[in-house]
Design a binder for this molecule. Structure first.
Ligand code: DC
Length: 220
């Protein structure tokens, strides 16, 4: 029985800023943080390393229990090798979105995610945190922004890091991922009926964090 452990879920589409907001909310409250997208990215990377096709849900699902994954702050380790940069690459963004359609993969990752529900609490970000993984969460947020605003933020981020970026390509890539995430039959991206909608088109990170904290305080 772990239902007394508080969970805040923050779901939403790619590049909506939910990762940054979730991490800051977790830091402010001293809660644990689950980046569930990283798990799907790790499965895509492990599939590549084991020559398993991203379309092969059954082989990928079988692989999950054998993965040795370790998180240390921002760093991600797979079988004792640091893979943080690889996991966050555009190739793994695409791969994660493809492996995430398979029910076998999603099922294999459920217990990993439940294990992270530990005191004093958890902030979980993803697509199905409030709908499927933690349906009893006491505070649920659906954080979104228009595709154009998200593409613009990603473009500026990449430009700041001096990475060559093409706004139209980023926008198309985001729209393709949104469509795959929303239209898959297994745990699609959808706002939970009891989630607060947070549209960040005109909000900065601090304002978004303050709003989530306010909703959480009111839920206690
Ligand atoms: O949040 P992200 O960009 O790191 O997620 C990468 C992909 O993983 C995303 O396209 C969909 C998938 N994903 C998912 O299906 N369910 C989650 N809870 C988190 C991510």
């Amino acid at each position: 029985m772990m239902n007394h452990i508080p969970v805040i879920t923050i779901d939403g589409p790619s590049a909506s800023g939910k990762g940054t907001v979730a991490q800051r909310v977790a830091n402010t409250l001293g809660f644990h943080y689950l980046d569930s997208g990283a798990l799907y990215r790790l499965v895509a990377l492990a599939g590549l390393q084991h020559d398993i096709d991203w379309q092969d849900g059954s082989a990928l699902g079988d692989l999950v229990p054998h993965l040795n994954v370790h998180f240390d702050g921002e760093q991600i380790f797979l079988n004792n090798h640091e893979v943080s940069a690889q996991v966050r690459s555009e190739q793994m963004s695409q791969g994660a979105s493809q492996v995430a359609v398979h029910p076998q993969v999603r099922k294999a990752l459920v217990s990993w995610q439940h294990r992270l529900r530990q005191l004093p609490g958890l902030v979980a970000d993803g697509r199905d945190m409030g709908t499927v993984i933690f349906p009893d969460a006491q505070c649920k947020v659906f954080l979104t922004a228009s595709a154009e605003v998200r593409a613009d933020r990603r473009f500026k981020q990449l430009s700041q890091c001096k990475v060559a970026a093409d706004y139209q390509a980023i926008l198309q890539d985001l729209q393709a991922r949104d469509q795959r995430d929303r239209e898959r039959s297994s745990s699609p991206l959808v706002q939970a009926a009891d989630a607060h909608l947070l549209d960040t088109d005109t909000l900065n990170i601090e304002q978004a964090v303050a709003q989530v904290l306010d909703w959480y305080q009111k839920s206690i």
